[in-house]
Design a protein around this ligand. Structure first.
Ligand SMILES: Nc1nc2c(c(=O)[nH]1)N[C@H]1C(S)=C(S)[C@@H](COP(=O)(O)OP(=O)(O)OC[C@H]3O[C@@H](n4cnc5c(=O)[nH]c(N)nc54)[C@H](O)[C@@H]3O)O[C@H]1N2
Ligand SMILES: Nc1nc2c(c(=O)[nH]1)N[C@H]1C(S)=C(S)[C@@H](COP(=O)(O)OP(=O)(O)OC[C@H]3O[C@@H](n4cnc5c(=O)[nH]c(N)nc54)[C@H](O)[C@@H]3O)O[C@H]1N2
Ligand code: SF4
Ligand SMILES: [Mo]
Length: 733
């Protein structure tokens, strides 16, 4: 009898909830089949529960087209298999040539918020010390940049949830702005039970989303604003709080600055005026403001939380909207008060850690700014380089992608953990820019749409095949553990960067052992806002065995180890004067507003079964069966006006491009708005439609709102007939 395999205690490969799971090695039922069994595990955020993606996550390990060898594009234009030696020589020679000809900034790097802390840190170090390029940014620019900008400005630090998620459980009210938790983090819904029981769940979404439905039956309120007008909703709510004397004046006086300017700025946003802009009835705004105030500690309530999601952040006024939400939270005295708070719900698996360790264009490890002389000196000392050799800030993601292959722009791009062909806004333009490159290198686990465009594809380890750490949406640092061996020639990205550093003759030694990398990262972060210096794999392993992790900041100090910081701001904010900063903001509206030739709002987002561009989840049969094809949610009233049957293929056209998807009739959406998920490539790719206009502060693109025209995609030419047949075949599968 073979010994019972010991389950490996780890976390889900997908979202920032990072549900605890156990992986038990198993003999695959079929050759090349799934090598592990997934179990739910007791962990504070998920308490044994997982969503459908989590339960089926082992399927990604058995993807039939898993990348197992390096690939090189041959003279015939096709990708062929190659040895690591050959592939890395091509990359190193190409990078060296381009850097000599056009300068180091002609080599650019694009990272991902799904990479472990160790990989994110090493990628940033590789870019700055080996390539010496300023041009590194990552897909977190698409995800958390506006929340980060708003929180840094107001609180002096950006930790998505500055409190444990489980704290929500005790709240009397939770205001969710543009977050569809019930589909994007299903196991977290349990933490809303208290607020629902108290009738205090408020969901702001132009759709009656799965999460908005949780507010039904007296459990809360659903506000359905015109897309892109959340700022007006928030200005109206703050107006009511101040006008009705519901604000926590003592808190405002002792813990904030800037309140007077904010008070003046919302004076003109009385509820009827806000209602005229956002379409939410004035009485609903009043009711919501009163409900939140009643729940706040000042009025004797059990506590209130205000949380933002991508629905309000992926906007050209994303930073302003987050700021308005923070102003409201501060007026109610929520941040830093036990049982209350403000937070932004981080998205990607390591969306939090990924934005702390230096893969962002303007940032060094420990969430330090690359322009800060003392931060540069500290990190240079850890890296063993001269401070002057560390480049300054580079181009943020959208500008970086747009500069590719242009005069003076990057000529080579290395992609690590992102599928920009599908996930970036104005995607046809992105494809055009990628084609203009001299060298595109993509590290991935599967042949994503972006990998398929590459000159060199490098197969790397994923999730259950590697060791490392992730930082969850609450700033809790947790361990990712290896449960299976990687197939074929697959190597770790840490090895890839070390090997490239060597081949480029940089003289920089990059560690390849995740534990060693973590120790270095911890030192590099010491004294920064995201201080990991008191953490180590060993300490985190001990925490994991108790079914927990440790929250940053966790500095290394004298005496007993620092316990970590589950709750921030209890004694003050990490700003120079210890107070939170309120900043007046005003509503402008979306950059691409509806007009005669594009009279409908297009909003985008997610469904439960697919993750992002679907690179992983389209390869899991159960998920693909449940959500097999692109679709667009259309209200029947709009459908009748446009002449669209339920299930009919619709052509969507914006100033950027066109897409095709099947219409799904639903009354759970505003009749002036359609919704389309971004999980598909090709004709059903919604990012061929979205605008690449960005928020002026955070440089985050406006994924959530643009103006679109709809029409039935009646087959009129042979090409269209073929397209339509393909979609039908897909749907019937
Ligand atoms: N199933 C699944 N889960 C995921 C992911 C996934 O791809 N699939 N991705 C993970 C990642 S990286 C992220 S960032 C999170 C995102 O998590 P969420 O922010 O919850 O997800 P979205 O669906 O992008 O957007 C949320 C809601 O915003 C609404 N919305 C659109 N426009 C507006 C608007 O103008 N105003 C308001 N108030 N709402 C608007 C949409 O209707 C949608 O219901 O999910 C994480 N979890
Ligand atoms: N229209 C619209 N567009 C959006 C959004 C939206 O709401 N609407 N949301 C935006 C948001 S919030 C996000 S986060 C982005 C996500 O956009 P992307 O990050 O581009 O999407 P993913 O599909 O997660 O791509 C990750 C890729 O990395 C690979 N991968 C997984 N693990 C590893 C690893 O360890 N190393 C390497 N090298 N590769 C790995 C996966 O196979 C996949 O190909 O999309 C953005 N795009
Ligand atoms: S909620 Fe997120 S972390 Fe949890 S099982 Fe689902 S995808 Fe995985
Ligand atoms: Mo995200």
């Amino acid at each position: 009898m073979s010994p019972t395999p010991t389950p490996v205690q780890t976390h889900c490969p997908y979202c920032a909830l990072q549900c605890g799971m156990s992986l038990t090695a198993a003999r695959p039922a079929v050759p090349g089949g799934v090598p592990v069994v997934v179990g739910g595990r007791e962990f504070p955020t998920n308490r044994g529960g997982l969503c459908q993606k989590g339960w089926t996550s082992a399927g990604v390990l058995a993807a039939p087209d898993r990348l197992t060898t390096p690939l090189l594009r041959g003279a015939d234009g096709e990708l062929r298999t190659a040895s690591w030696d050959e592939a890395l020589s091509v990359v190193a020679r190409g990078l060296a040539r381009i850097a000599v000809e056009s300068g180091p900034e002609a080599v650019a790097v694009f990272g991902g918020g799904g990479l472990t802390n160790e990989k994110a840190y090493t990628l940033g170090k590789f870019a700055r010390t080996v390539l010496r390029t300023p041009n590194i940014d990552y897909n977190g620019r698409f995800c958390m940049a506006s929340a980060a900008a708003g929180m840094n400005r107001a609180f002096g630090v950006d930790r998505g949830l500055p409190f444990p998620l489980t704290d929500l459980g005790g709240a009397q009210a939770v205001l969710l702005l543009g977050s569809n938790l019930a589909e994007t983090m299903p196991p977290s819904v349990r933490h809303l039970a208290g607020a629902r029981a108290a009738g205090g769940l408020v969901v702001v979404d132009p759709r009656r989303s799965t999460t908005a439905q949780l507010a039904d039956g007296g459990q809360g309120v659903h506000l359905a604003p015109v897309p892109g007008t959340d700022l007006a909703v928030l200005l109206g709510l703050l107006h009511v709080v101040l006008a009705e004397g519901l604000a926590d004046t003592e808190y405002l006086e002792t813990r904030t600055t800037g309140a007077e300017a904010v008070r003046r700025s919302v004076a003109a946003w009385w509820p009827e005026r806000a209602a005229a802009v956002c379409g939410v009835p004035a009485d609903d705004l009043r009711r919501t403001a009163r409900l939140l105030a009643a729940a706040s500690g000042r009025h004797g309530g059990a506590g209130a939380y205000i949380l933002t999601g991508r629905g309000v952040e992926q906007s050209t006024q994303g930073t302003a909207t987050v700021t308005a939400a923070i102003n409201l939270a501060l007026a109610l005295g929520l941040p830093g008060r036990p049982g209350s708070g403000f937070g932004a719900v981080t998205g990607q698996g390591n969306g939090q850690g990924g934005r702390e360790h230096g893969q962002k264009a303007d940032q060094l490890p420990g969430y330090r700014m690359i322009t800060d002389p003392s931060a540069r000196a500290h990190v240079a000392a850890v890296w063993g380089v001269e401070e002057e050799t560390i480049p300054g800030p580079g181009l943020p993601a959208v500008a970086l992608l747009d500069a590719l292959g242009r005069d003076g722009g990057p000529r080579a791009l290395l992609v690590h953990g992102s599928n920009v062909v599908v996930s970036a806004p104005n995607a046809d333009r992105v494809v055009e820019r990628l084609r203009a490159l001299d060298l595109l290198v993509v590290c991935d686990v599967v042949p994503s749409e972006t990998a398929r465009m590459a000159d060199v594809v490098l197969p790397v380890t994923q999730w259950a095949e590697e060791e490392g750490t992730m930082t969850s949406l609450e700033g809790r640092v947790i361990r990712r553990r290896r449960a299976v061996d990687a197939p074929g020639e697959v190597r770790s990205e840490l090895w890839v960067w070390a090997e490239l550093a060597r081949r480029l003759g940089s003289g920089v030694e990059l560690a390849t052992d995740p534990e060693q990398v973590f120790d270095e990262l911890a030192r590099a972060s010491a004294g920064g806002p995201a201080d990991y210096s008191g953490l180590s794999h060993g300490r985190l392993d001990a925490a994991e065995s108790r079914g927990d992790g440790l929250y940053w900041p966790c500095p290394d100090g004298e005496g007993a180890p620092h316990p970590g910081t589950p709750r921030m701001f209890l004694d003050g904010f990490p700003t120079p004067d210890g107070r939170a900063r309120m900043t007046a903001v005003d509503h402008g509206g979306p950059s691409d507003d509806v007009r005669e030739d594009a009279p409908t709002y297009l909003v985008t987002g997610r469904v439960l079964q697919h993750y992002q561009t679907g690179a992983q989840t389209h390869r899991v049969p159960e998920l693909e069966d449940a959500q097999p094809e692109p679709f667009v949610e259309v209200h029947p009233l709009l459908a009748l006006r446009v002449g669209l049957e339920d299930g009919e293929t619709v052509r969507l056209t914006t100033s950027r491009g066109t897409a095709l998807a099947r219409a799904r009739w639903t009354t759970d959406i505003r009749p002036d708005t359609v919704f389309m998920p971004f999980h598909w490539a090709g004709e059903g790719s919604v990012n061929r439609l979205t605008t690449d206009a960005v928020d002026p502060t955070s440089k985050m693109p406006e994924f959530k709102v643009c103006a679109v025209r709809l029409e039935p995609a009646v087959p009129t030419s042979p090409v269209d007939a073929e397209t339509s047949a393909a979609l039908t075949a897909n749907g019937a599968r």
